[in-house]
Write a protein that binds this ligand. Structure first.
Ligand SMILES: [Zn+2]
Length: 190
């Protein structure tokens, strides 16, 4: 790991867990600050991102998506989704769970956004992955998966063949990368 990469990862984890701290729907200003940090970091790296807004119990939340088109640009290419959640379990600053995942996904975005692969790549930052949302419909990843399913119905071509959640990367590899292969996005939270 280069020093600058290590420094970037550490700076993001420190800002999320130290400056912003506990971030979830009951601390909306902190959740918004985490969202702002994600956009700021992507902007700084010249990476375009789209907010996918949704409402739960009358409150607005955002999934942030970085779409890396496939080499051919054809939508029938199966995509790969890599996600990380930017909320925390209530009562914790969420350094390992999941500032580490956000930092890792930001780095993937920096390094991959301008590449082109056989499959399109969707890097997505999710809110609401922890209780009381987990494991129900208000989770950002569940909303996103529903969007993908609807899109697949519309265009008959889009299919996600793999999803990976980056979670608790400081806690060990087995928990750090969880992946599955199935149609539609799935999620894991811890
Ligand atoms: Zn987690």
């Amino acid at each position: 790991m280069s020093e600058s990469l290590a420094a970037r990862l550490e700076a993001t984890v420190r800002r999320l867990s130290g400056e912003i701290g506990e971030r979830h729907f009951r601390r909306a200003h902190a959740l918004d600050a985490a969202l702002g940090l994600i956009h700021e970091e992507l902007d700084r790296s010249g990476v375009a991102a789209t907010d996918h807004h949704f409402e739960v119990s009358g409150r607005r939340f955002s999934n942030v998506e970085v779409l890396v088109p496939s080499r051919s640009g054809a939508s029938e290419n199966a995509c790969i989704v890599v996600g990380a959640h930017y909320d925390t379990v209530p009562g914790t600053p969420g350094a390992d769970d999941n500032a580490t995942g956000v930092a890792a996904l930001l780095e993937l975005a920096r390094q991959l956004a301008h590449e082109r692969f056989e499959r399109s790549l969707r890097l997505v930052f999710f809110p609401n992955e922890e209780p009381p949302f987990f494991p129900d419909a208000g989770m950002g990843s569940a909303v996103y998966a529903a969007e993908l399913r609807r899109a697949a119905v519309d265009v008959h071509t889009m299919k996600c063949s793999a999803t990976t959640a980056i979670d608790q990367t400081a806690s060990g590899i087995p928990q750090g990368f969880r992946s599955c292969t199935r149609t539609g996005a799935t999620s894991s939270a811890s």
